[in-house]
Design a protein around this ligand. Structure first.
Ligand code: RFL
Ligand code: PHB
Length: 389
């Protein structure tokens, strides 16, 4: 098989790139290791920046999101048992975020791809990348016991942090930067009405908690947990009890509980691999960088990467190589700002096992400054809604 672009990885980055390329008349295949159901079973991001919703519109898949998604103009920062609203809308001159789950974004993209009859290989095993340092790259894989080879002009590595794309680059050509945080997030999804109509980020002496949602009837809650914690250690009751302890008393009282639909633990890390292009291989999304989820930036960065890449490839086929040459630098400027914001917000809101009394006092002083200074609140707000593309 021959296509212009082979996209490795069928998560949100790979599928969004596939749609953007399709709109530009560029032929691509999406090669995904797992089944469609497996990919849709992973509960992850919930907050989309306007730049991301604009790209989903450009890709022609925004209709259900605009109908079912929830526009939020503020978030609550809770500490010391009280609420402090950050008015995102007012502080950013009218911007908002869209609360619409990654699962739904990916489903809309997959449905659009299937409806257009575009090539997608699910359950692709032994995926390997070849000759991307020359003009004729190839991707090989085995699907249901049959070996396939795809010849292409470019490979887009959209296969996440554990994928094969970044691992295919010679180690000497890569520089990596990493920070591991000494805790994880335990997430729980439930069919209960959200405790608050906006997201609540809580700094508590027992650890961070986040109240988020997927709809007016479905909630997503997170608790900071230790790295060696296991989902099996957390009954639904234990989760609700701990969440109640960390929330401000009035919220704790309003919390509606119910059985969990999904529970999972994610470790928190910051990671960046540079550069994001090697010859004719481009890395995008989690394949190139990871941020801790506190800033809600991972999916948004994946979307901005493939937005840049889609444009650069479109320009290439129109005879201009400027975009593909600038791809890595353009992405990384935005990536590092999101890495900085996510690191800062994580450091501000979590309990660090070894920061001691001094660290806690510094957090308290910064939170106090943040809610009383318009400049500081504005800096939080403009990063949270997303820096310009
Ligand atoms: P993904 O989603 O990991 O998709 C990669 C795909 O590649 C496939 N794959 C392979 N395919 C072929 N060959 C191989 N060898 C392959 N190896 C892997 C995988 O099966 C998968 O389908 O990466 P992508 O597309 O770059 O998307 C990134 C986002 O998933 C991620 O950044 C976000 O989920 C991060 N994130 C959040 N981001 C936000 O913008 N806002 C949020 O509110 C937000 N909340 C979160 C989050 C991530 C979380 N976890 C679990 C890490 C909350 C959590 C708890
Ligand atoms: C989510 O709803 O899953 C979510 C929301 C905000 C975050 C992280 C995750 O910062």
């Amino acid at each position: 098989m021959r296509v212009q672009v082979a996209i490795v990885g069928g998560g949100p980055a790979g599928h969004l790139l596939g749609q953007l390329l399709h709109k530009a008349g560029i032929e691509a295949i999406v090669i995904e290791r797992h089944s469609r159901e497996y990919v849709l079973g992973r509960i992850r991001a919930g907050v989309l920046e306007q730049g991301t919703t604009d790209l989903l519109d450009e890709a022609g898949v925004g209709a259900r999101m605009h109908h079912e998604g929830l526009l939020h103009g503020g978030i609550s920062l809770d500490f010391g048992g009280t609420h402090h609203r950050i008015d995102l809308h007012h502080l950013t001159g009218g911007k908002q975020v869209m609360v619409y789950g990654q699962t739904e974004v990916t489903r809309d993209l997959m449905d659009a791809r299937a409806a257009a009859g575009l090539a997608t290989a699910y359950e692709a095993e032994q995926v390997s990348l070849h000759d991307f340092d020359g003009e004729r790259p190839r991707v090989r894989y085995v699907q249901h016991g049959v070996a396939h080879e795809v010849e292409c002009d470019f490979i887009a590595g959209c296969d996440g942090y554990h994928g094969v794309s970044r691992a295919s680059v010679p180690a000497s050509a890569l520089q990596t930067f990493e920070r591991i945080y000494p805790f994880g997030w335990l997430g729980m999804l439930t069919d209960t009405p959200p405790v608050s109509h906006e997201l609540v980020y809580t700094n508590h002496a027992r650890g961070f908690a986040l109240c988020s949602m997927r709809s007016h009837t479905r909630s997503r809650y997170y608790l900071q947990c230790s790295l060696d914690d296991k989902v099996e250690n957390w009954s639904d009751q234990a989760f609700w009890d701990e969440l109640r302890r960390r929330l401000a008393p009035d919220l704790a009282e309003q919390l509606q509980t119910g059985p969990s639909i999904e529970k999972s633990i994610a470790p928190l890390r910051s990671f960046v691999a540079e550069p994001m292009r090697f010859g004719r291989l481009f890395l995008a999304g989690d394949a190139a960088h990871i941020v801790p989820p506190t800033g809600a930036k991972g999916l948004n960065l994946a979307a901005s990467d493939v937005g840049y890449l889609g444009r650069a490839l479109t320009e290439f086929y129109a005879g201009n190589e400027g975009g593909i040459n600038a791809y890595s630098d353009t992405c990384l400027r935005r990536v590092w700002k999101a890495v900085r914001f996510s690191w800062w917000f994580t450091s501000l809101m979590h309990k660090f096992p070894d920061s001691g009394g001094f660290g806690e006092k510094i957090q308290a002083a910064e939170l106090d400054y943040l809610i009383h200074s318009q400049a500081a609140s504005t800096a939080l707000a403009e990063n949270y809604v997303g820096l310009p593309l």
